[in-house]
Design a protein around this ligand. Structure first.
Ligand code: G3P
Length: 213
């Protein structure tokens, strides 16, 4: 299973890259705004820090022609850029063309299994179902992941599922149990995944017994 960092903050990207467990980064317009930095500059810097990682950069156009123009430009910046495209009819038109051009795509703002089916048929490299926003809306986010995993297995689709809008470590655990390919995780939640009180108390006792503390 791959873990992506869901952030556009370069300090978080550097720190998480240093842990050696991050396979990519996802950004969106809200995360770019939070970084307070220029879009192109921050995407390129993230690509340099994680040069073997998949780095998602989102288009802002709403028509296929505009999306394709943006996508081709982003793809020319660095080889590891993945074009993030919203789940619309225009978005899928663009995904189809980009998949034929060998440009990787991540179809985002996905909230139903039928949306995931259409994106896979269009040739998406990744789809991003938003589990936290579904939970917030009174629906079961992880059930959607289970449905998409099953659907893709039934037909042997190559499209990878990125569990997005992750709100807590259990979302990551459940994603792994269901066989999702990727979870994109905010920095604070990745940090929480390291910890367990029994790990801390165990280290404390070993250090005391060894005379180090
Ligand atoms: O990257 C997209 C997604 O992870 C957004 O999460 O927390 O804004 O629902 P959130």
């Amino acid at each position: 299973m791959k873990l992506f960092l869901d952030s556009a903050l370069i300090d978080e990207v550097r720190e998480a890259a240093g842990w050696g467990i991050v396979d990519g980064v996802t950004t969106n317009p809200s995360l770019i705004k939070k970084s307070g930095r220029d879009f192109k500059e921050v995407i390129n810097e993230i690509c340099e820090v994680l040069s073997n990682g998949a780095i998602s950069a989102e288009v802002l156009s709403e028509d296929a022609e505009g999306m394709l123009k943006e996508a081709r430009e982003f793809a020319s910046w660095k080889p590891n850029i993945v074009i993030k495209i919203p789940m619309t009819d225009e978005g899928l038109k663009a995904v189809k063309v980009l998949s034929e051009e060998g440009i990787h795509t991540n179809v985002t703002l996905m909230f139903s299994a039928n949306q995931a089916l259409l994106a896979a048929k269009a040739g998406a490299t990744y789809v991003s179902p938003f589990v936290g926003r579904l939970d917030d809306n009174g629906q079961d986010g992880m059930q959607l992941i289970s449905d998409i995993v099953q659907m893709y297995m039934n037909y042997g689709f190559d499209t990878e599922i990125i569990v997005a809008s992750v709100r807590h470590p259990m979302h990551v655990h459940e994603s792994a149990m269901l066989g999702a390919h990727v979870a994109t995780v905010p920095f604070g939640i990745l940090e929480k995944m390291f910890g367990h009180p029994l790990t801390d108390s165990g280290i404390e006792k070993f250090m005391k017994d060894a005379g180090v503390r």
